[in-house]
Design a protein around this ligand. Structure first.
Ligand SMILES: [Zn+2]
Ligand SMILES: [Zn+2]
Length: 149
């Protein structure tokens, strides 16, 4: 899904199911996340729109997370990053820098994703689970942190 109108309609209806409205400030947060190619920390979000107030940005991100429109990724460094829900962004994985908390998105090739999915399906079967999706994060050290050490 990449049509802005469809995204707005989806988010408006997700918000409605939790009794919330798609306010101006929430639209601004979504448009920042739509423009970004990677998950963003609250500070990075505020840098991209200096008119957003930190306290209301926090509140609205929490509401959007409750509505299922965005996902919060907690890194080992405990710096949360936000991104649009997979329903909007499409399935992908993360690589996380443990020293600084930087997160990049990546996609596996269809072949590898299918092979991974079928291995994981076997595990879920063995454990008696119905599989909805999976998450796979790689943890390491980014170029910047490597150069600074
Ligand atoms: Zn780093
Ligand atoms: Zn995957």
């Amino acid at each position: 899904m990449n049509n802005k109108v469809d995204v707005d309609q989806l988010i408006a209806s997700q918000l409605q199911t939790v009794g919330q409205r798609y306010t101006n400030n929430r639209r601004r947060l979504i448009s920042i996340l739509l423009r970004s190619s990677k998950p963003l920390s609250i500070n990075q979000i505020l840098d991209m729109d200096p008119e957003l107030a930190q306290s209301s940005a926090y509140r609205n991100l929490t509401v959007l997370e409750e509505a299922g429109s965005i996902a919060r990724i907690v890194t080992s460094a405990d710096h949360a990053r936000y991104e649009l829900a997979e329903e909007i962004l499409e399935h992908h994985h993360h690589i996380i820098c443990s020293p600084c908390g930087e997160i990049l998105d990546f996609r596996l090739s269809d072949n590898i994703e299918e092979a991974l999915e079928s291995s994981l399906q076997e595990i879920a079967d063995q454990l008696g689970f119905t599989l909805d999706t999976h998450r796979l994060d790689l943890i390491g050290t980014c170029t910047l942190c490597k150069d600074n050490s």
